[in-house]
Design a protein around this ligand. Structure first.
Ligand SMILES: C[S@@+](CC[C@H](N)C(=O)[O-])C[C@H]1O[C@@H](n2cnc3c(N)ncnc32)[C@H](O)[C@@H]1O
Length: 365
C-alpha cells in the first residue's frame, strides 16, 4: 500500500479513505479473508449515511469485484447484512438476497454457507410494525454470507468448536450406560464413536452472540474523552469466529468498512495480520482505543494528539490486545472510578509511569 496508515500495530494497519480507492492498492490474490459489515439499506439513517435499497446492489458491486480480485484462491469473503423493511410498508426488502445473487451470478463467488447472526439483545424494531401495531416479530437476525473464490476455501470448524450440551457431556462420561448405538429413523447410523470427546461440539450456522459490549476500553475511553462511539459496531465475537475458522496465524484479514476496527482488534488478538479501511477519520481515530487497554488517560490523550496529524503513521508498540479481558478490566476500572478524585488522579499518573517503564517508545511521524 502506498497510502500511509493512520496507525499501525505489530500486525496491522488502519487507513482512512474510500475503500474503493484503497482496494486498488492491494495486490491481486494477496488476502486470506475479507470480513466486513457495510452500511445496510436501512430506512432509519445512520450518521455515516446509508444507501437506498433500490440502489444498493449497484452501489456495492464495485467493492465486491475488487474483493474478488484481491482474495487468494483459498480465500473467503464474509458479508454481514442486516435485514430491512421497504419504505412505509410492513414488507421486507430483498436487498441482502439480491446482493447474494449478484455476488454468485455476476462476480463469480461461491456461496460456501449462509450464516445467521442472532442478537438476542437487539431492541424491537421497526417501531411502527413491531412496537406500535404489533403485526411483525422483532427482527433480531442478520444474514451473514460466507462467500468463497473457489468451491473449497480454507476452513476448519475444529477451530471453532462450541461447548458440549449437558446431555452430550453425560454421554461422553459414560457412553455404555447412556446410549445404545443404533440406526435413527432418519437412516443415520449413529455408532459408538459418537460418544468420543472431540474437545467440543460442531458449531451450527446460527451464531447466537448478544451485542452488549459495555466494558471495553473502546467504550470507556470514548466516554471519558467525550468522543462519539461508532453507532453500528458488531460484537468482537462475530469476526473472531470467522477469523479462527477461515485463517491461520499470520494470514491477512481485511475489513473494507472498518468503523471502529472491531475486525482489526479481533485479528490482532488472534495473531493474524490485518488491514482496515474506513472513510470516516473520526471513527478510525477513536478505534485506536481498542489497543490501549490499561493505559493512563494522559497517555491516551498523547496518542490522540499524534493522530490529529493527517496520515499520522503512528506505530503502536507492545499493545495489550486480549479477546477475553473486558470483564476483568471493567472490575479494575470500577475500583479506580470509586476512588476520590485526587487519589484517582494519582492512580492514573502511576499508570502513566508504569507505562513509561514497561513500553518501548512510540515512533510517530
Ligand atoms: C456498519 S459500519 C461498520 C462497523 C464495524 N463493523 C464496527 O464494528 O465498528 C459501516 C462503516 O462503513 C463506512 N463506510 C461507508 N462507505 C465507505 C467507503 N466507501 N469506504 C470506507 N468506509 C466506508 C462507514 O463510515 C461506517 O463506519
Amino acid at each position: 500500500m502506498h497510502t500511509k496508515p493512520l496507525y499501525q500495530t505489530e500486525r496491522g494497519s488502519a487507513f482512512v479513505g474510500d475503500s474503493l480507492d484503497l482496494l486498488k492498492e492491494v495486490a491481486d490474490q494477496s488476502v486470506d479473508l475479507v470480513m466486513t459489515s457495510p452500511p445496510f439499506a436501512l430506512r432509519r439513517q445512520k450518521t455515516y449515511g446509508n444507501v437506498e435499497e433500490t440502489d444498493y446492489v449497484e452501489w456495492i458491486t464495485p467493492f465486491c469485484i475488487e474483493v474478488f480480485r484481491i482474495l487468494k484462491e483459498s480465500g473467503s469473503f464474509i458479508l454481514d447484512l442486516g435485514g430491512a423493511y421497504r419504505a412505509g410498508m410492513p414488507s421486507r426488502s430483498l436487498y441482502n438476497f439480491r446482493v447474494l445473487l449478484m455476488l454468485c451470478d455476476n462476480v463469480g463467488f461461491h456461496l460456501a454457507e449462509d450464516f445467521y447472526w442472532f442478537n438476542p439483545a437487539k431492541l424491537p424494531s421497526p417501531i411502527e410494525w413491531v412496537n406500535k401495531r404489533k403485526i411483525r416479530a422483532k427482527d433480531a437476525v442478520n444474514t451473514v454470507w460466507w462467500l468463497s473464490k473457489t468451491e473449497s476455501p480454507k476452513a476448519d470448524v475444529r477451530k471453532v468448536l462450541v461447548p458440549y450440551s449437558d446431555r452430550m457431556k453425560k454421554l461422553i462420561q459414560d457412553p455404555e450406560n447412556f446410549y445404545t448405538p443404533k440406526k435413527r429413523p432418519s437412516g443415520h447410523d449413529i455408532s459408538a464413536s459418537f460418544g468420543k470427546d472431540n474437545g467440543g461440539a460442531l458449531p451450527s450456522n446460527l451464531l447466537t452472540i448478544p451485542n452488549t459490549d459495555s466494558n471495553s476500553s473502546y467504550l470507556w475511553l470514548c466516554k471519558e474523552l467525550g468522543l462519539p462511539r461508532h453507532p453500528a459496531r458488531f460484537p468482537v465475537e462475530l469476526p473472531a469466529f470467522f477469523i479462527k475458522m477461515l485463517t491461520d496465524e499470520g494470514d491477512i484479514v481485511l475489513d473494507i468498512f472498518g468503523g471502529s476496527n472491531t475486525t482489526g482488534f479481533a485479528a490482532e488478538a488472534l495473531r493474524r495480520c490485518w488491514l482496515t479501511f474506513e472513510q470516516d477519520r473520526e471513527y478510525l481515530v477513536s478505534s485506536v482505543f481498542r489497543f490501549l487497554e490499561g493505559r493512563s488517560i494522559d497517555f491516551v490523550k498523547c496518542i490522540l494528539n499524534k493522530l490529529s496529524v493527517n496520515d499520522a503513521g503512528l506505530i503502536l508498540n507492545d499493545i495489550v490486545c486480549n479477546l477475553g479481558s473486558s470483564r476483568q478490566t471493567k472490575a479494575s476500572r470500577d475500583v479506580l472510578m470509586d476512588m476520590p478524585s485526587e487519589t484517582r488522579q494519582m492512580a492514573l499518573l502511576e499508570g502513566q509511569k508504569e507505562y513509561k517503564t514497561r513500553q518501548a517508545p512510540l515512533k510517530g511521524q
